[in-house]
Design a binder for this molecule. Structure first.
Ligand SMILES: [Zn+2]
Length: 145
């Protein structure tokens, strides 16, 4: 199941369980929808996001009758498992390094981490002219100290 479908599927299952009068149901369903989408987005973006089932259940449990909460917790657990599998199955995102090589051509290496630079360009300070490993090795373009 694609990850975009997981939060919708979970929401539909949970919406049917929401308790209260019609105004409370409308308000609680919106809160549940928001919490489902937030939780799935965190699973996607935060590799260290620990225990999404507990996070989401704590967010929404007050919207459900006590007698349905264990069922709700199980629904959440099943869907969080699906979301985590969907994320694991996604191909890693490839972003090219945004720096230029010494020849002025775009760097072809892959950006890493949260920035948009490859490991070599990442190490360079903005003021430095040391734009590639080759330049460092050759000692080219480095002012004499
Ligand atoms: Zn680079």
């Amino acid at each position: 199941m694609p990850i975009l479908h997981v939060s919708r599927s979970l929401y539909r299952a949970l919406a049917a369980e929401v308790g209260g009068d019609w105004q409370a149901v409308a308000r609680r369903r919106q809160r549940v929808l928001d919490a489902c989408e937030l939780t799935v987005a965190r699973i996607e973006r935060e590799p260290d996001f620990a225990n999404p089932t507990r996070f989401l259940f704590d967010e929404v449990r007050s919207s459900f009758p006590i007698g349905r909460q264990e069922h709700v917790r199980r629904l959440i657990a099943v869907h969080m498992e699906l979301a985590q599998r969907a994320v694991a199955a996604q191909p890693p995102e490839r972003r090219p390094c945004s720096a230029l090589t010494r020849r002025g051509t775009p760097c072809l290496r892959e950006a890493v981490g949260s920035g948009d630079l490859c490991p070599s360009h990442r190490q360079l300070t903005p003021a430095s002219e040391r734009h590639s490993d080759a330049a460092v090795a050759a000692g080219a373009a480095l002012p004499a100290a």
